[in-house]
Design a protein around this ligand. Structure first.
Ligand SMILES: [Zn+2]
Length: 511
């Protein structure tokens, strides 16, 4: 099993400045290795698919051996591919791939580079190796995982470096090779029996953090529950007024950490302060830090809230069904519109800007990631379904019409079914997930009666934390006896009843 723990470091001034300079060196090496690959690619593009007879290399330099014609470009391993490690005389020497992979070539290259660029020597060698691996990962992402082409990193884009070996932890002190013993806030104990795999040091706005990746081979991975063992399911419809609507009728509040009035005001003031400072001045860097710290604070709050919410949701059922949303597409800028004279006309982007910010602030993708992680950890499942028409379809008769929905209210034009539009959408998502993945929900949801005052303004929306963990099937409204006006003739004048309230009022009164 693999887990990772994050701690905040307490470096002294010397260590802190040393880590900053290491970051710069690593960033230099990253950019250098990127150039190396590109040059190799272009040289082969110009000169054709040649090879040097000694090395017999095939050429595809971005993912294969780069710099094949250069001094450094050893494509073959020195031992000709025969492993010279002999533990046992009778054992046959193990045959390994004689060609160097691109990572191996570039690691050799980095070692040789140290002779010419002496500042590379200051950084621990495993850290430099991890930088080369990072370049390789970036290309792997581009060629195999549909990510963007790796680009050069500036100071704000390169904020971490990684150790592969040599890190020791003792109490609340950690030993980092090349930097020394450093204190850290030991906020939770490391589990025993785990082996430290990699250690990542990350620079954030409010200091340095360390992420320790741990592995214990004796502990098995989390088992994934078979579809036939799933007995209960709950579905989520993501929203902005509320963060999420559950199919059982409960809702998750959206605290809008980054788009509340207070946050917007603070961000506005601090960014204005920053923009008025002279470029390159110390005051500007101070203002920049102040703004960054506020952004960090917003992120921290959001993360904490989302973990709490995700834990609560995963407790509800064996399977969690969510929409497979294309969030990047939702917050993409509108395409520019041009009139017949070639002038740009309004394309609705300015109106969409606020919505985009709300969506980005709600951070649905991160919540879904957390749900997925927690579901796997508890042996449960998270499934994604196509979001098409979930908010227009009637969950009773299946009639699909855009006119069914009016804001927060849902009224089916075919059968007259009335509901809260978002909770109705969550029910559709649940049905779709159950159908699509062939879930057989064995136990019927336990009947829980929730009493809600009839004159309550939001009678059906219970907060996630008020709702019992099983599905609710019945919501009973009772007549509140609070400080209401007495119902006497004459008192009813001017009292407007909502359409949704009418069906449950007793007839003697409504007449
Ligand atoms: Zn209907």
């Amino acid at each position: 099993m693999i887990t990772s723990y994050v701690y905040k470091l307490r470096p002294n001034q010397y260590q802190s400045s040393k880590m900053s300079s290491w970051l710069d060196t690593c960033r230099f090496l990253f950019n250098w290795m990127l150039v190396d690959r590109e040059l190799a690619y272009h040289s082969s593009f110009i000169m054709g698919d040649y090879c040097i007879l000694k090395w017999k290399s095939e050429c595809c330099p971005l993912t294969c051996s780069p710099s094949k014609g250069s001094y450094f470009g050893y494509c073959w391993k020195d031992n000709g591919g025969i492993s010279n490690r002999k533990k046992d005389d009778n054992a046959k020497p193990k045959k390994v791939n004689p060609r160097r992979s691109v990572v191996e070539t570039q690691i050799t290259l980095a070692t040789r580079l140290k002779k010419e660029l002496t500042f590379l020597k200051e950084v621990d060698s495993t850290v430099l190796q991890q930088v080369v691996r990072r370049v390789d990962d970036a290309f792997d992402g581009f060629f195999n995982k549909g990510k963007g082409y790796p680009n050069f990193k500036n100071r704000s884009a390169y904020k971490s470096f990684q150790y592969a070996t040599g890190v020791l932890i003792n109490g609340s002190k950690i030993y980092l090779p090349g930097i020394g013993w450093m204190r850290f806030y030991n906020s939770r104990e490391l589990p025993t029996g785990f082996e430290i795999k990699t250690v990542t040091i990350r620079c954030k706005q409010d200091g340095w953090y360390i992420s320790v990746r741990l592995e214990d081979k004796t502990v098995p991975d989390y088992p994934i529950r078979d579809v036939s063992e799933i007995n209960t399911a709950t579905a989520l419809d993501m929203g902005l007024v509320k963060l999420a609507y559950c199919s059982d009728g409960s809702v998750v509040d959206n605290p809008k950490f980054g788009t509340s009035e207070k946050a917007k005001r603070t961000l506005k003031i601090r960014s204005r302060n920053l923009s008025r400072k002279k470029k390159g001045s110390k005051n500007r860097s101070k203002a920049c830090k102040r703004l960054g710290k506020y952004h960090q604070k917003i992120t921290n709050k959001r993360e904490a809230y989302q973990w709490e919410v995700a834990n609560q949701i995963v407790k509800k059922a064996d399977a969690i069904i969510v929409e497979d949303l294309n969030i990047a597409g939702m917050i993409r800028r509108c395409k520019p519109k041009v009139d017949e004279h070639g002038n740009y006309i309004k394309n609705g982007q300015s109106a969409k800007k606020a919505l985009n910010r709300l969506i980005a602030d709600a951070s649905w993708g991160n919540l879904i990631k957390k749900l997925e992680y927690l579901a796997v950890k508890q042996g449960k499942r998270l499934v994604k379904v196509n979001p098409q028409y979930t908010s227009q379809k009637c969950s009773v008769c299946g009639h699909i019409d855009a006119a069914n929905r009016d804001g927060e209210k849902f009224a089916c034009l075919n059968c007259g079914h009335l509901d809260d539009a978002n909770i109705q959408a969550a029910r559709n998502i649940k049905c779709r997930g159950v159908e699509q993945f062939g879930l057989v929900l064995k136990t019927r949801p336990r009947k829980v009666r929730v009493n809600v005052r009839r004159d309550s303004s939001e009678p059906k929306q219970l907060s996630l934390f008020e709702m019992p963990t099983s599905e609710v099937t019945e919501i009973r409204r009772y007549r509140g006896s609070g400080n209401r006006k007495r119902r006497e003739p004459g008192n009813q004048i001017g009292e407007q009843l909502c359409l949704f309230d009418l069906d449950i009022l007793d007839s003697s009164y409504s007449a």
